[in-house]
Design a protein around this ligand. Structure first.
Ligand code: ZN
Length: 433
């Protein structure tokens, strides 16, 4: 466990403070996996290159690929057919991403051309101070992270005097209305690349490619009369990546484990997971299989290990909204600080079934953590996540869970300040078996 909860002081602000630091350090999926890797390294995990031969000895290892990380811990006495216990999550969040020809502008303003990534709540990006971060690909084949974490960009909203209907339902054209400004003057080709080169201490000619995105520079903050809520960016789904990393480290620390605990954090969930770093790609299967082979196993061992494996797919869900309670299922109203949620959809938008519920309930019970159920209102379509994809692609029993938040896919979301700690404890108990 990460820490025992006392009845007088149920949650651990230290964990939530740490989540806030994790969010700030991770404006992009590339930064999120680097932040997780740094923590794993400190806990003794070792990075493996996919191009190397792997050894299967006792200890923690991880693989990084783009914006995805798979980490696992081989406990003492693990056999080739020892099943895995997997915490799944995703590293990406809806946002604005820089187009290939970025330097643009109109009417005497310099702007950056952006593509909209995932199911962004566009209005939440208006009138925010935005930084720019991501990954630079250099001519020599290496990559470099860059993070200009200060106000650089803004998507300015039109004044109400120029749009008297704005409050009747704001209409934003994805192509015309979401282009951030970043200065005055005529657009100049090479402007952004020169800026990035200076930012990263490189020569502009060395930058051969990029994956860049905007982020709100406003730091996470406690909110509410009793500071019982946390507001911040990218909780969907760095909240789970953070909790999963902490849980894997705690499980590895516990020693004597009946399973091989795994953290699998994928990129590209927000657009369907189909990529070499997404949950619908072969990454997780390759890593698990190689870990079986590295321990001297074969196809039969792999099949036996998979048959006993369970994945808890952790992602955010919807807390009941006080201004729109009718959008929620009346008998299922998840509340912030009520503990993690079990997500159910019989049409397999979530992979949970009754046996999965039992596994999750048992983990929460061992951790002393309360939990809640989420199911959609029949009249409101249900979202989905990596759970059903993981279940279908690998044939692994999967349970969808998470934390109930408000304002999902906003540039600034809101969760209960207790819930990250409660989730991390439940995940730890699950990984420890
Ligand atoms: Zn999500």
């Amino acid at each position: 466990m990460l820490g025992r909860m006392s009845t007088s002081r149920r949650f651990d602000r230290g964990h939530t403070d740490d989540l806030a630091s994790f969010l700030t350090a991770s404006p992009t999926p590339y930064h999120a996996v680097a932040t997780a890797a740094e923590r794993l390294e400190k806990a003794g995990f070792r990075r493996l290159a996919e191009t190397d031969a792997w050894d299967g000895g006792v200890g923690g290892r991880y693989v990084l690929r783009g914006g995805a990380i798979i980490a696992w811990y081989v406990p003492e006495g693990a056999a080739p057919a020892t099943p895995f216990r997997i915490v799944g999550a995703h590293t990406d969040s809806p946002n604005l991403r820089v187009k290939p020809v970025p330097d643009t502008g109109a009417a005497g303003w310099r702007q950056i051309a952006v593509e909209i990534y995932g199911g962004t709540l566009l209005n939440t990006w208006l009138d925010r101070d935005l930084g720019l971060a991501g990954r630079l690909a250099l001519r020599d084949g290496s990559t470099r992270l860059v993070n200009a974490d200060r106000p650089l960009l803004r998507v300015p909203q039109l004044a109400i005097h120029l749009d008297r209907q704005a409050n009747e339902g704001l209409k934003l054209d994805r192509q015309r209305h979401m282009t951030p400004i970043w200065g005055l003057g005529e657009p100049r080709e090479g402007d952004l690349v020169e800026f990035l080169a200076a930012e990263a201490g490189l020569d502009a000619a060395d930058i051969a490619g990029w994956d860049l995105m905007a982020h709100s520079v406003e730091p996470p903050a406690y909110l509410g009369r009793d500071r019982e809520l946390l507001a911040g960016p990218r909780m969907d789904n760095l909240l789970s990546v953070h909790a999963g990393t902490a849980a894997l480290i705690a499980a590895a620390d516990a020693g004597d484990l009946p399973y091989v605990p795994v953290l699998a954090a994928f990129d590209h969930e927000e657009n369907g997971s189909q990529s070499d770093t997404g949950a619908d790609g072969p990454l997780l299967g390759n890593v698990l299989e190689r870990s079986v082979l590295a321990r001297g196993g074969g196809p039969e061992d792999r099949a036996r290990a998979y048959a006993g494996t369970v994945c808890l797919s952790s992602d955010t869900g919807h807390a009941v909204h006080p201004n729109y309670p009718e959008r929620h299922e009346p008998g299922h109203h998840p509340m912030p600080n009520g503990g993690p949620i079990l997500k159910v959809n019989v049409n397999q938008r979530y992979a949970t079934d009754g046996t999965g519920r039992a596994v999750f309930a048992a983990a929460c019970e061992r951790a002393g953590v309360p939990w809640q159920s989420f199911v959609s209102n029949n009249a409101v379509p249900c979202g989905t996540t990596i759970g059903p994809i993981t279940a279908a692609r690998h044939g692994i029993a999967t349970v969808d869970i998470g934390v109930a938040i408000l304002s999902m896919h906003s540039a600034r979301e809101l969760c209960g300040a207790d819930d990250p700690f409660l989730l991390a404890n439940a995940l730890t108990a699950f990984l420890e078996g």
